[in-house]
Design a protein around this ligand. Structure first.
Ligand SMILES: NC(=O)c1ccc[n+]([C@@H]2O[C@H](COP(=O)([O-])OP(=O)(O)OC[C@H]3O[C@@H](n4cnc5c(N)ncnc54)[C@H](OP(=O)(O)O)[C@@H]3O)[C@@H](O)[C@H]2O)c1
Length: 317
């Protein structure tokens, strides 16, 4: 299976994985189990997705049935915003590991460079963006405090690799200035409507593996009424014509646009046939002119922006 080699540990992170955001809770265990049977090895979870226990059940069943060994899997989870204070990082990682039934994560990411007021998991989990009063409560925990606590997770063997998500160049460079353990992975929104070439180049320079999320652009946001009125990438004529020329689907072309450049993808689907198709997206090559035509669709359209929730969280400003 094609993989990206992580710089510090040499661990292989599969280029095509499975995203767990909005995977239906009631069918999540079966979805994960069947995805493993199909060959998926990387699962991208997060406390915020509210389905880590169920995803873990799917994993445990596959391990029990001898379909895979733990070492064959690459499990990612993320630290939610309400746990950025040093005292809370380990507490949350241990809480999440228990939900999954695992004793380590392969990768643990800071979900957003946004610190919010602590919410006790016994009170509400996942805590999401808002306090009990319906408002966003920011907390002044600087990134270096959270990063140092992330490093101690590596020291204690709870996670193998640590990384960032939803961060831009200035903040990434700052983390590198104080990091004892450098970020291994950056996970960001990346698709032909948001190509972010300078960020891709910076990651290459720094030796950070990149994971693209929301590879199908607006599609993931339609059901949330957050697609910002953008036209579908899956039905875009440029993407359709390229797909036709390779005998592939538009979804496979959108995934290959990233994976062919060594950028990992983590498509999510609740539909078996689409889960199969998404996994079979790295067995062909786009031409240089295909890649160029796809990248030329860039309109800097960012669909996942916390500033849309509260202007004080404009991390991409
Ligand atoms: N770090 C972060 O802040 C962050 C943010 C967003 C996402 N992520 C991660 O990235 C993963 C992927 O991103 P995403 O879930 O936003 O979006 P995505 O994978 O780009 O798109 C998912 C949407 O596309 C549909 N779909 C999936 N495969 C398809 C296919 N072959 N043909 C047509 N439609 C298809 C899905 O519907 P069906 O389910 O009905 O197939 C769903 O509506 C997430 O699950 C999550 O793990 C991380």
């Amino acid at each position: 299976m094609a993989a990206v080699v992580l710089k510090r540990t040499g661990q292989k992170m599969p280029l095509v994985g499975f995203g767990l955001w909005k995977v239906t809770k009631s069918s999540c265990a079966d979805t994960v189990y069947n995805a493993i049977k199909l060959g998926y090895r990387l699962f991208d979870g997060a406390g915020d997705y509210g389905n880590e226990k169920e995803a873990g059940e799917g994993i445990q069943r596959a391990l029990k049935d001898g379909i895979v060994k733990r070492a064959d899997l690459f499990i990612t989870s993320k630290l939610w915003n309400t746990f950025h204070a040093a005292d809370h990082v380990k507490e949350l990682a241990q809480y999440q590991l228990k939900l999954w039934g695992l004793d380590y994560f392969d990768l643990y990411l800071i979900h957003f460079p946004i610190a919010l007021k602590y919410v006790d998991p016994a009170h509400r989990f996942p805590p999401e963006w808002f306090g009990d009063d319906g408002n966003v409560h920011l907390q002044n925990t600087p990134m270096h405090e959270t990063w140092q606590a992330m490093e101690t997770l590596v020291d204690s063997g709870l996670v193998k690799n640590i990384g960032l998500s939803n961060c831009q160049g200035a903040l990434i460079l700052d983390v590198f200035r104080h990091a004892r353990i450098e970020p291994q992975v950056l996970q960001v929104e990346l698709h032909p409507y948001l190509t972010q070439e300078p960020l891709v180049a910076l990651c290459k320079t720094l030796g950070i593996a990149l994971t693209a999320y929301s590879s199908f652009g607006p599609q993931s946001y339609v059901e949330l009424s957050m697609d910002k009125g953008a036209s579908s990438l899956l039905e875009h004529p440029v993407v359709s014509n390229i797909a036709k020329s390779h005998g592939k689907t538009t979804s496979q072309v959108l995934l290959r646009w990233a994976s062919q450049r060594g950028i990992a993808v983590i498509p999510k689907s609740n539909n078996y046939d689409r889960i199969v198709a998404n996994f079979q997206s790295d067995d062909f090559d786009l031409t240089a002119s295909d890649l160029k035509a796809l990248s030329a669709l860039n309109i800097n359209l960012r669909l996942n922006d916390p500033a849309d929730i509260d202007p004080r969280m404009a991390i991409f400003a």
